[in-house]
Design a protein around this ligand. Structure first.
Ligand SMILES: C[S@@+](CC[C@H](N)C(=O)[O-])C[C@H]1O[C@@H](n2cnc3c(N)ncnc32)[C@H](O)[C@@H]1O
Length: 254
């Protein structure tokens, strides 16, 4: 079952808490605060030239500029079942703040992991070291009795290519995660039929990977343009695996 909402996740999560909704896993990729406004224009730190020129405009990245990295975490943790798992992607600079907020909300922060890009985009290599890594933090509500099917995939080492162009045919996204990466993570930290929450869905990668691995997903995305583009993507995924997945969606709760 997919439940996809085009709204502000802070408001939607309040509603989900009121409705006593509980999820097995929080898997998400919030804005990174890599975009800064100064002298009347925007600047993108540490991203590759390709990311910048292909998809990033002032309008498309406005959500990233002032995003509060911790405000949403308390609400998301309230929605997590007692045995729930947490995966949060972010820039390495924000990881300390995010881990502290998770701990303050009784999440055991177990490890900092990364997706090693095997073909990272060119960047300013003459002035700094090239890093082809995207980091994510792994946490659990319980210390020992949580889902961790590591044998289902591999030893939790994620080395793979950048998101293929064939996965971007429904629209380009500056930070779209590869489906293989999302499927691998989902298979390790959840079981079939579990429910995943992704409050920052953008291109709906988490939702598509959930469909492909027989999980349910509650996804929230603020941006209506991306919400609409990616709706087509998820419908294609459902059709291609000929599933009788029930798609429930609600656009614009305000
Ligand atoms: C880094 S992107 C997620 C990329 C996604 N993991 C993918 O693979 O395509 C972050 C997303 O969070 C969304 N966002 C920012 N603030 C939000 C909010 N308050 N509620 C819901 N979505 C929000 C942005 O519009 C953006 O699409």
């Amino acid at each position: 079952m997919l439940k996809i909402i085009n709204w502000d996740c802070l408001k939607e999560m309040n509603k989900l808490i009121e409705d006593w909704v509980q999820v097995d896993s929080l898997i998400c990729d919030p804005p990174f605060n890599l975009v800064e406004k100064s002298w009347g224009s925007i600047h993108l730190f540490r991203q590759s030239a390709q990311d910048w020129t292909d998809t990033v405009t002032e309008e498309s990245m406005s959500f990233d500029t002032w995003f509060n990295q911790t405000l949403w975490i308390k609400k998301a943790c309230k929605l997590l079942k007692p045995w729930g798992t947490v995966i949060i992607f972010n820039d390495w600079e924000n990881m300390g703040e995010i881990s502290k907020e998770l701990k303050d909300n009784k999440i055991n922060v177990k490890s900092l992991n990364f997706w090693q890009k095997t073909n990272p985009m060119p960047c300013e290599w003459k002035r700094r070291f090239v890093s082809g890594r995207e980091y994510f933090v792994f946490g659990t509500k319980k210390w020992r009795t949580h889902t961790f099917n590591v044998e289902a995939v591999h030893k939790g080492i994620f080395e793979m290519w950048l998101t293929k162009m064939s996965e971007k045919k429904h629209g380009k996204h500056a930070n779209q995660k590869p489906l293989q990466l999302m499927r691998d993570i989902i298979e390790i930290v959840t079981n079939p039929w579990d429910t995943i929450l992704d409050p920052f869905l953008w291109s709906w990668s988490t939702a598509v990977a959930a469909v492909q691995t027989d999980r349910s997903c509650i996804g929230i995305e603020l941006d209506t343009t991306y919400y609409d583009l990616s709706k087509v993507r998820v419908n294609d995924a459902i059709t291609s695996i000929q599933e009788t997945t029930q798609v429930w969606e609600q656009s614009g709760r305000i």
